[in-house]
Each structure stands twice: as C-alpha cells, then as structure tokens.
Ligand binder design. Sequence first.
Ligand code: MG
Length: 383
Amino acid sequence: MRIVDVRERTVPLSRYEDPAIPSGGLDTSVVAVHIDAPSGPNVGYGFASIGRFGQHGLISDRFAPRLLNAVREDLVDESGELDPVRAWRVLMAGEKVGGHGERCVAVGALDMALWDLAAKRAGLPLATLLARRLGDGVAADLVPLYASGGYRYPSDDERRLRDEVLRMRADGYDRVKIKIGGAALGVDLRRITIAQEHLPSGHLAVDAMNAYDADSALVAAEALSPLGLWWFEDVCDPHDFRTQRAVTDRYSGRIAAGEPLFSWQEAALLADHGGLRPDRDILLFDPAHCYGVTGFARIVATMVDRGWKRDAFWPHGGHLFTLHVAAGLRLGGTEVNPFSFAPFGGLRDGDRVASGAARVSSEPGIGFEQRDALRTLFGGLAA
Ligand code: MG
C-alpha cells in the first residue's frame, strides 16, 4: 500500500451565514489523500482550519511529497493496514522542534484525512477508532455540545444577534458562545444581556478572541465577573501568560484558553505559567490546529500529567471532526458552528441536537459524505 495522490485546494470561508459579510479574506485548505488499495475505501478527506487561512504552500511543497515518497513499511501497521500514527511520523520527519508557526495546521489537514481513511477502511466511525487507538477503548455515545457564533454584525447587530441565539435554541442547543472584545465594553455588555435573556442561567460563554491587552483584560474581567457566564475565553495574547495569570487571579468564574496554542510544549507553558485552575477552567486546543489528532493526544496527555481531567477539554472547531475526537477521547464536549464556516461548521445533514447533546454517526469515517455540501466539495476534489 502506497499513498499515490494528495489533492489540495484553497476554498473561501466565512464567519457569517451570509458570506457577503466580510470575513477578512478568510480561506482554508481541503485535502484528499488517495491510496492504491486493491479493495475497500481508498480516499480520506480533511481540511486545514476554520480560522487560520489555507496552507497551500506548506501542504503542496513540504508535507504532501513526504507522504507520496513514503514506502509501504512506513505507513502500515502489523496487519498491513494504513496506520495514521505511523504516517504522522512520515509527515514530521526532519522537522525541528519549536517554531511551530502554521506547519501544525498543514499537518493537521493531512492527519485528518489519514484518520478519515483509516476509519473507513476499518469500517468504524472515527470516534470508535480513536477510542481504541488513543483512548480508553470505548467512545462516548452522546457528546455535550454548545452552539458557537455571535460575531458582531456590521449593521442591525443586536436584532441579528437575538435572532441567531433564538435559532440556536430552536435547533436544540442550550449552551451558546458569542464573541466580545471587538467593540466598546458597553456594547459587549448589551450583547451579553441579549443572549442571556434567551438561555438558561449560566449557559452563555463569551470569546474575546485574544483582543485584550494587560489593562483592558482586567477591566473586562471585573465587568464580566458578576454576570454568571459559563466561561470567559481567549482573554489576551495566547503567549502573554503574565496577563492570563493576572486575570485568572481576579476572575473566579471559568476561564477558557488554548485555542491559539498549537503544541504540547505550549500547552505545558500554559499549564505552568497561565494560572489556570484544573478544578474549573476549560481547555480549547483544536485538533485540526495541533498537528492533528496525534499532536492533540500528546497535549491531552501533557495536561492530564499536570492534574487536568479529560472533561476539561472542549475542543475548538465546531464540526464533525471535533465531535468524533470529543467522543473518542471522552472529552467534556465540543463546539459546534451551526451557521458559521460553511460548509465545514455543524453536524451531518439531519442530525438532531437535543438538550445540548448529539449522538455520533455509526457510519465509517468522519461522516463528511453525509453532509451534502461537503460530499460535493470533497467529491469534486477527489474526482
Ligand atoms: Mg476562541
């Protein structure tokens, strides 16, 4: 068995359901990895990230050629089947430590496709394969979810925010996360009040998208403290551990962090210097960012070593892949982007969310083919 073709394409992406609203030229990379197996599924699908732009150069010039040049023995397990962990080592061959940049996102896209293909060939949902290979053996059947969105609209923001939260509620979500940090604090506080009016108490999280500096982070933390939020996410620059710690020292509610950190080494820095509290805080590391599942599993192990429980992990991403990772590694839950980042955000067509949770597909792989828009996109790439 060899990897005989890696297709890659850059596609536009929007934070808004209406893609005409500007999203800063955001895009991502989709990949299809083909093997020359004589029988069974022979293609797996992945994508780079829903917030970090496409990775065309890194994938096409650096990482895809390593897979294409790999010999069979470097790609398969004892039974002769594709082994994504061994293939990951092929991807990382010759890479120096440190300086993670965004190579981890390029590797994450290919890693996702390798796991999708391995699960299809095993006839298992990815969650089940992950549970057997990297977890406790059995995947969770039901995964707690929250709906993510609430980006500020360029006009009529408060009405459109209310409508968005009401639609999330109608779709079965009872926990919601909205964005703050991009406007005056008074504007954000009004947005929080609007969202909270339509949610059970304590079920709204806010994401500052790393917007605050050392001073504004403390002002925001003081203003948010009495509001009973579910969590306060991405407070400041992800490497500003001094500010992260200062906020954590003053904010008794849950802090969520880790989305913009891409390696187990950075996770260790966050744990050791960010002041986070394993008894309450939330870890958002995104497996599509963190060198894929293989890198993400190392982050989970790093944090568990430091006293964290797996249910503190609520991976960022908001799509089918993170649903499988959360189920397979028995994490706390995961984000879902029901309206943003089409066609990647959200679950399969027809999936039902009830009381803020959903079941994982029993179909082999990640289930991209059970979503019309993704089947069309990936099918066109692979054809
Ligand atoms: Mg975030």
